[in-house]
Design a protein around this ligand. Structure first.
Ligand code: NAD
Ligand code: GLY
Length: 368
């Protein structure tokens, strides 16, 4: 077992809802995980059938000293299970074991487990504490941070949910060693996202280190997780509930969510859909005269080097662009049926814009 070592701490500043993101190695078996949990309270580790057998015992042992009772619930694994029925399994478990409002939920897994556990914590008895222990790169750089929790609906991705902040986020880089390469690439999509929207120097760094990241080199992963969390913390600290600025974190997601819903949840990984979605959003930005072709080519090349698709999926053989538009009108950024896109309006700067359907159709046709 690795000795615990903290490489960095990033703080999310949200007044009384502030919390730390602790990044390091050997943290899963360490007391840092439960540092903010009330001593003696019950604990429920929510995980899935893949991550549970790998890491739940280690985490449960670390929690034993702080919590009276620690139970583990394994959910079915996959985006296709991110729905009401699976969420209800968490409530069933809590109620069956008499969980009270001091019970702490630990989300041990990727974004699917994190989003569902956070939503369950927001709802159970109108809110119980929860702690994020993200085990995918995507969850460490994005989904575990910032308090968005949700489940999917057949008509739209992440449409049912709540803003509910965790007490702490613990990113143990060791767990990424067991992540399949395809999942690591999916996480890189959300890492890459931070460059064009906020920090071109970080984009330069990712270009120089993408092979090291794909090879799971610890120093490269530590930097990518820390810098991604810093950028996200800065944005969320200014706009927790996405009344404006926070929408920029959804660069590539409007197209991406349409791919996920259109293909059927789980067919494309979330990060894969975001990868192709970023190419489409960059191309739309170019069509709107905001960036040049060289910028789009640069971003597309990096997305490809990260092992991600750069062309969107065909989600309808008859009217592909029409189906994209239909699904994108359900997006949370849409206003009165008008789709609003996150575009790049200069290197390292993002904005939210509407665009004519005809132009969006052209972009979809060109990029799928
Ligand atoms: P995921 O949760 O499905 O995990 C990916 C796969 O990796 C799963 O099969 C999982 O069991 C497995 N896995 C997880 N950790 C592992 C490990 N250490 N070793 C081996 N296997 C492991 O997918 P994800 O990419 O982590 O998350 C995607 C989800 O996150 C989507 O539902 C998306 O909507 C959501 N998301 C939410 C936010 C937010 O702000 N809340 C942001 C981005 C994405
Ligand atoms: N992943 C987008 C957000 O947290 O706002």
């Amino acid at each position: 077992m690795t000795m615990p070592s903290i490489a960095a701490q990033v703080d999310i500043a949200l007044g009384e809802r502030s919390y730390p993101i602790v990044i390091g190695t050997g943290l899963l078996g360490d007391a840092v995980v439960s540092q903010r949990a009330r001593a003696g309270s019950q604990a429920l580790i929510v995980t899935n059938t893949t991550v549970g057998p790998l890491y739940a015992d280690q985490l449960a042992r670390a929690l034993g000293a702080r919590h009276g009772a620690v139970r583990v619930l394994e959910l079915p694994d996959g985006e296709q299970f991110k729905h009401w029925e699976t969420l209800n399994l968490i409530f069933d478990e809590l109620l069956a074991h008499g969980a009270d409002r001091k019970t702490v939920l630990y989300a041990l897994g990727g974004g699917v487990v994190g989003d569902m556990t956070g939503f369950a914590a927001a709802c159970y008895m109108r809110g119980v504490p929860f702690i994020q222990v993200p085990t995918t790169l995507l969850a460490q750089v994005d989904s575990s941070v910032g308090g968005k929790t949700a489940i999917n609906h057949p008509l739209g991705k992440n449409m049912i949910g709540a803003f509910y902040q965790p007490q702490v986020v613990v990113c143990d880089l060791d767990v990424l060693k067991t992540l399949p390469p395809r999942e690591l690439s999916a996480g890189l999509a959300e890492v890459i996202k931070y460059g064009p929207i906020a920090d071109m120097a970080f984009l330069d760094w990712i270009e120089a280190n993408v092979e090291a990241l794909r090879a799971c080199e610890p120093a490269a992963l530590a930097h990518a997780v820390r810098r991604s969390c810093e950028i996200k913390a800065h944005v969320v600290g200014q706009d927790e509930r996405e009344s404006g600025l926070r929408a920029i974190l959804n660069f590539g997601h409007t197209f991406g969510h349409a791919i996920e819903a259109g293909m059927g949840y789980g067919a494309w990984l979330h990060g894969e859909a975001v990868g192709a979605g970023m190419v489409m959003a960059a191309e739309l930005s170019r069509e709107l005269g905001l960036v040049d072709a060289a910028f789009v080519q640069r971003l597309t090349a990096l997305i490809a080097r990260a092992g991600l698709p750069t062309r969107g999926a065909v989600i309808d053989p008859v009217d592909n662009a029409g189906r994209y538009l239909e699904l994108m009108r359900v997006d949370k950024k849409a206003e009165a049926g008008a789709i609003r896109f996150v575009v790049i309006d200069g290197p390292g700067r993002a904005a939210v814009r509407a665009a004519p359907d005809a132009l969006v159709r052209q972009v979809i046709d060109r990029c799928t």
